[in-house]
Ligand binder design. Sequence first.
Ligand SMILES: Cc1cc2nc3c(=O)[nH]c(=O)nc-3n(C[C@H](O)[C@H](O)[C@H](O)COP(=O)(O)OP(=O)(O)OC[C@H]3O[C@@H](n4cnc5c(N)ncnc54)[C@H](O)[C@@H]3O)c2cc1C
Length: 506
Amino acid sequence: MSEEAVYDLFVIGGGINGCGIARDAVGRGYSVALAEMKDFASGTSSAATKLIHGGLRYLEHYEFRLVREALMEREILWVMAPHIIWPMRFVLPFHKGGIRPAWLIRLGLFLYDHLGGRKLLPATRSLDMRRDPAGKPLKPLFTRAFEYSDGWVDDARMVVLNARDAADRGATILNRSKVTSARREQGAWTIEVKDTESGAIRQVRARMLVNAAGPWVDQVLAGAVGKNNVHNVRLVQGSHIVVRRKFDDPRAYFFQNPDNRIIFAIPYENDFTLIGTTDRDYTDDPRNVKISEEETTYLCRAASEYFAEPVRPEDIVWSYSGVRPLFDDGASKAQEATRDYVLKVEGGSGEAPLLNVFGGKLTTYRRLAEHALEKIGETIGAKGPAWTAKSSLPGGDFAATGYEVEVRKLSSAYTFLAEKHARRLVRLYGTKASALLGNAKTAADLGRHFGSDLYECEVRWLMEKEWARHAEDVLWRRTKRGLYLSPEEAAALENYMTTSTASSAA
Ligand SMILES: Cc1cc2nc3c(=O)[nH]c(=O)nc-3n(C[C@H](O)[C@H](O)[C@H](O)COP(=O)(O)OP(=O)(O)OC[C@H]3O[C@@H](n4cnc5c(N)ncnc54)[C@H](O)[C@@H]3O)c2cc1C
């Protein structure tokens, strides 16, 4: 990072919104720098249910603008990154006397199918659960269901691929770099960035500041920017549990609970089922968020209302928790607070401008970035037009339905790869998988084996191209091999990564 240059934009936060804005902006010709205080997606953006969805449930809160925009984004994002995003069918079981009458669900799904943009995804249909395989793992009470379309995303990878693409287009992208202060000086911003590992501090200048710090957005305003009486976001915790695979069907379930909330049970990483989420107000530091015993009990109980075989706390192999940074619209219940995003510009007329990002969803990040760029253009002068709708994220330059073809290509080029391994590499890296494997002719050429199917060449790729510095970055964000490695194997990986001299991705 050049200390003298004045960037057009400085983005605080390497979650999906910060990385999405940085990528869009640099692609239009702005000079851009971004700082993330920990690892990319280490905040909320790796703790989601991971759906690319319109949000069926938001229809009940009349969030038509948000639902329509999100529905339209489903296929745009799928085409943009078919390795990490794919369609998923959801089974919504119900019974007579249930929480919502069948006609209401049918109406919601009719709107869902017709509100916007569905070209490739199949429409809703009714299921007779006594005959359909989806009925098999459930209690016999659920004789009927609707099946509808939404999408699935590897959330943490979507973030890092946005960061990668932004860097490839010329943005300065820094991880483990915390913004400690941002001052207005002579019509621009002077930003102090602290390397959280070495402690080194540097100053950067920028014409405009973007605060995309997610759950920390108010902390940045009150701390680094030094504003008084800051209260814009409502922090709402959501937790998930992961259990061994509860069912073989590739479809996910949408369960309605007696408290009017809903939870999902989703096929996860081949061998597991992901169950979540909860919704409760949160007041502690977002970094300390952790699933509570009460949430674990709630999720086990809610899923056990539906599955014939109950879900017990001892079945849980992993859990994670995150904090939604929702714009505080004064709603009484956490589950009713708006999921829409709000963008606010402060400053102007001689004062260096600041754009604050409140709320948002993974699904709408690309549109949020476009709206942010409209505001940035109005404030510091417009550059190139919107471009991301027809773009590919790194490795995603193949047909939306071409995953199997890519797997076959990789398997025939690297015949020693086990099929599962090839499938996993194409899911994570798409068309870049062959660059990652390079000239390997045998498994021995993949380098040191760290456990499961994780080898040195993948770890080095992640260190060199994707800014991974610690085992946790590799095991829980760039991949989910953490589900398979033992604590000893994870410690050996950490030791390898912190003592090896791989050049960083920056
Ligand atoms: C339980 C749950 C389930 C969800 N499910 C879905 C879903 O299925 N589909 C969907 O579309 N959306 C979902 N969401 C919403 C989505 O995950 C969030 O809206 C999105 O990830 C927010 O991204 P962000 O970039 O605003 O925040 P974050 O991802 O939190 O990023 C902010 C970043 O800023 C960094 N930062 C903070 N302060 C500083 C500083 N001073 N200097 C440098 N960096 C800093 C943080 O370290 C952090 O990485 C879910 C959210 C939750 C919590």
